[in-house]
Design a binder for this molecule. Structure first.
Ligand SMILES: Nc1ncnc2c1ncn2[C@@H]1O[C@H](COP(=O)(O)OP(=O)(O)O)[C@@H](O)[C@H]1O
Ligand code: SF4
Ligand SMILES: [Mg+2]
Length: 330
């Protein structure tokens, strides 16, 4: 992917301190995100995939400074916003938006759709009160809803329509970057396609940059410019969509991709499915060395001892695995 980075994520770490035991008598640390490094290029869709609990949402939240980073940097417009407090973040909140899986939980049931879409516009003082109805109409039209929906309430809408409202709310701030956190995962397949096409149209119209968090690799293949694969709080591989699907290097990526049905019936017949043994280990006590070593079909002794380096194998193709040969030097 060519172009300027909009965000640079450097050595990002997020640990959660939790209390365990019936009376919360024991303290423990959830290693949700460890030493994650990547850039998000202006105008691209970068997807993050990986099993549930691998740290995708935590990555999105920590980039947006909705979770305070334990350490590491998120560089936006030349500054490390990971250290910003609420006041310093306020002017940036407009630029950096998020759309969640379940818009029902984020839309106030007592607010009309028009009020919900107008709220961020008023908050950020983006237009006068007199201009507001026009602005709301335009946003609803942008997301494919008739302007008369402004007077309706969330419960009167379908799931897909509510997700369009959530997108309109994000769009109302005239953002540069939107984290779509499983934004289509709860919708019917036919509706998913509509929302994906809407997101792609809006990206083109407004030059948006997306971090698209998903677990459906068929969708990711359709929508992404680049794809990052996460395992237990670390990035395993990051590449362009073409590189990743044609030449997956990390054994975990290979296992994930082997589970995706092929559209071509001939290829589908010969597809070898790699089933991973065991469950994802607990992030309370992640395995030493390569975190995938307890399930990796080709693990060697070194894998349990040494954390694999995050290396570039070909231009734009990064991987963290001791057994992948080669590598480019910066
Ligand atoms: N607020 C929190 N407090 C404690 N642990 C959390 C919190 N949020 C997420 N986690 C833990 O961090 C890990 C990563 O979670 P998450 O980022 O939600 O994964 P994903 O989005 O990939 O499913 C999980 O083990 C999850 O239980
Ligand atoms: S570093 Fe070792 S355990 Fe980890 S993915 Fe590579 S081969 Fe498997
Ligand atoms: Mg999540």
């Amino acid at each position: 992917m060519q172009g300027e980075p909009l965000l640079k994520i450097e050595n990002l770490v997020k640990h959660f301190n939790v209390r365990l035991g019936a009376f919360g008598e024991r303290g423990a640390t959830v290693h949700a995100l460890d030493d994650v490094n990547f850039e998000i290029i202006e105008g691209e869709t970068l997807s993050l995939v990986g099993e549930s609990g691998c740290g995708k949402s935590t990555t999105g939240f920590t980039i947006l400074n909705l979770h305070q980073a334990t350490s590491g940097k998120v560089i936006y417009k030349g500054e490390n916003i990971a250290t910003f407090d609420d006041k310093a973040m306020r002017p940036l909140r407009r630029d950096l938006q998020i759309v969640f899986q379940d818009p029902y939980s984020t839309l106030n049931p007592r607010m009309t759709i028009g009020e919900a879409v107008g709220e961020p516009i008023l908050f950020h003082k983006l237009c006068t009160k007199a201009e507001l109805p026009d602005r709301i109409n335009r946003l609803l039209t942008d997301v494919g809803l008739p302007p008369r929906f402004a007077g309706r309430y969330p419960h009167e809408l379908s799931g897909g329509q509510r997700q369009r409202v959530a997108i309109a709310r994000a769009l109302a701030c005239e953002p540069k970057f939107i984290v779509c956190d499983e934004a289509i995962s709860a919708l019917d397949v036919s509706i998913q396609a509509q929302i994906i096409n809407l997101l792609l149209d809006l990206q083109e119209k407004y030059g948006l940059t997306y971090l698209f968090i998903a677990h459906d690799l068929a969708v990711v293949r359709h929508i992404s410019d680049r794809v990052g694969v996460m395992y237990l709080g670390r990035l395993a591989e990051l590449a362009t969509r073409e590189q990743l699907f044609a030449n997956p290097l990390h054994p975990y990526t290979q296992a994930l991709l082997s589970a995706v049905p092929e559209a071509d019936p001939v290829l589908e017949k010969t597809r070898q499915r790699q089933v991973l043994q065991g469950d994802v280990p607990s992030p309370l006590n992640p395995p030493t060395g390569c975190r995938f070593h307890t399930r990796c079909p080709i693990a060697q002794e070194v894998c349990a001892q040494t954390i694999p380096e995050w290396r570039q194998i070909e231009p734009g193709h990064m991987v963290a695995c001791h057994m992948v040969p080669g590598g480019l030097h910066a």
